[in-house]
Design a protein around this ligand. Structure first.
Ligand code: GDP
Ligand code: IMO
Ligand code: MG
Length: 429
């Protein structure tokens, strides 16, 4: 029996998809546990690059089963599109190998419209959401009026529920946001058709996980978003509306306590963020453009889901230690080390300063980071392109020193180092 959780240790886009694809080599089941199509996970295998929003990144490894957990919010239209693209690429997405929890909630055009309307109404205080309807879908779940996957098992009744749901959202759109109502009847017809198509995928994911673990199989949970976007433990209110941290894997899949073997944190060798919110080590101008890239490569720092340029900055070990504590990390995977090649000198934030005093840990979590100023350690950079390096001993000394400093400051071993987006661009230690 083995159960590992892969979790983003920053603000998302750490390279979780790329890491999960690699680790899925040894997994029987790969399962997404929270979030929806706000996630964009990139997997590159040879010439082919997949951008996954809902289906776990393990799906590219043909021997695995893919699960979508009860913690997720699923837009059936996005799911169908994603399944279609995978099918076209020769990936099997039949109900034999892709299963969706009966208790996962659905995203509708109503949720998307509310997400847009609420962001607009917030004005300068907007969160910078992906506008995929994530917050509103979790809101309807929490107020107990959501639509669940299990509803799809009876398409005619489901049609009635969807129509009712859209009509209720129309009242909010009209009265609170002065917006045009949505066509409830048309959306209900569309969702009935989705139900007919997707009902074979509805399954009891918790029970499948339990049986697999009892049979000694290897289960890999794939986090979306990142620790600092967690609703409770992130940079609130600039967070997502779910629990991307590792404990969320248990609740979001329906697995009991006591089964977790390893919690693998994925960290980028620097730091990025999309959307609004605090970012103490953010950099601007030339160095920002250097870390972000210009958009010439698909791995440059532009959102997988929204195409927005990502904000960039130096690695922040105060936040990394916090991520280690909140998730109970066992080890780190460091990604995009190759991007630091060619920079004269590199920085890592080792502590914060407040009123002249050093602060190594956050007293009240990362909600308000505005009083802190980062304190940096400076390290020499390296010239060499390292995308072709496959062995630790062949890395430039300065790159090894950088990784060693990350280990020292985070208190975690770095087991894998990613030096490019492709499956084999990895250094194992
Ligand atoms: P995720 O949301 O955590 O799965 O990450 P994304 O896929 O949104 O963003 C990570 C981006 O970096 C993708 O374009 C990946 O292909 C790319 N990537 C991942 N690891 C590496 C790496 O080590 N080097 C480079 N150059 N790109 C990488
Ligand atoms: P992956 O899985 C990066 C961010 C949004 C916004 C905030 C709230 O690819 O790492 P939401 O639409 O969830 O209500 O937006 O969270 N966000 C992400 N940023 N990567 C993601 O996913 C994200 N999912 C949400 O940019 O700041
Ligand atoms: Mg992403």
């Amino acid at each position: 029996m083995s159960f590992s959780i892969v979790v983003g240790s920053q603000w998302g886009d750490e390279g979780k998809g790329r890491v999960v694809d690699l680790l899925a080599e040894k997994a029987d089941i790969v399962a997404r546990y929270y979030g929806g199509d706000n996630a964009g996970h990139t997997v590159t295998v040879g010439e082919r690059t997949f951008k996954l929003h809902l289906i776990p990144s393990g799906v590219i490894q043909p021997h695995t089963t893919s699960l979508l957990g009860n913690g997720m919010v699923i837009n059936p239209s996005v799911l169908r599109e994603e399944m279609g693209a995978l099918k076209d690429a020769g990936v099997d997405v039949s109900p034999d190998r892709v299963k969706i929890s009966f208790a996962a909630h659905l995203i509708t055009p109503g949720h998307r419209a509310l997400d847009k309307a609420r962001e607009k109404a917030r004005g300068d205080e907007k969160i910078g959401t992906t506008q995929r309807g994530i917050g509103p879908a979790y809101t309807t779940k929490v107020i107990r009026s959501g639509l669940r996957m299990e509803g799809m098992l009876s398409p005619p009744d489901f049609r009635v529920s969807v129509e009712k749901h859209i009509k209720a959202i129309n009242i909010q759109l009209r009265d609170l946001y002065d917006m045009e109502p949505l066509n409830a009847s048309r959306i209900a017809d569309q969702y009935k058709a989705y139900a007919e198509e997707l009902s074979p995928y509805v399954a009891d994911v918790g029970s499948i996980c339990d049986q697999a673990l009892q049979a000694g199989k290897h289960l890999l949970a794939e986090g979306a978003q990142g620790t600092l976007l967690d609703l409770d433990h992130g940079t609130y209110p600039f967070v997502t509306s779910s629990t991307p941290t590792a404990p969320g894997a248990l609740v979001g899949l329906g697995i009991g306590l006591g089964s977790v073997d390893k919690v693998i944190g994925v960290a980028k060798a620097f730091q990025t963020r999309v959307g609004e919110g605090p970012f103490p080590t953010e950099v601007f101008e030339d160095i920002a453009q250097r870390l972000r890239g210009t958009g010439e490569h698909f791995w440059d720092e532009f959102g997988t889901t929204t195409g927005r340029p990502r904000r960039v900055g130096w690695l922040d070990s105060v936040l990394l230690r916090y991520a280690s504590r909140i998730n109970g990390l066992s080890e780190l995977v460091l990604t995009k080390l190759d991007i630091l090649s060619g920079l004269d000198s590199l920085r890592i934030c080792s502590a914060y300063k407040k009123d002249g005093e050093m602060v190594r840990e956050l007293p009240f979590g990362p909600g308000d980071l505005s009083p802190y100023e980062p304190d940096y350690v400076d390290l020499p950079g390296w010239e060499e392109d390292i995308m072709g390096v496959r062995a630790w001993k062949n890395l430039p000394e300065q790159a090894k020193d950088y990784v060693a400093k990350v280990e020292e400051l985070s208190g975690l071993p770095v087991r894998l180092i990613s030096v490019g987006p492709e499956r084999d661009q990895i250094i194992r230690r």
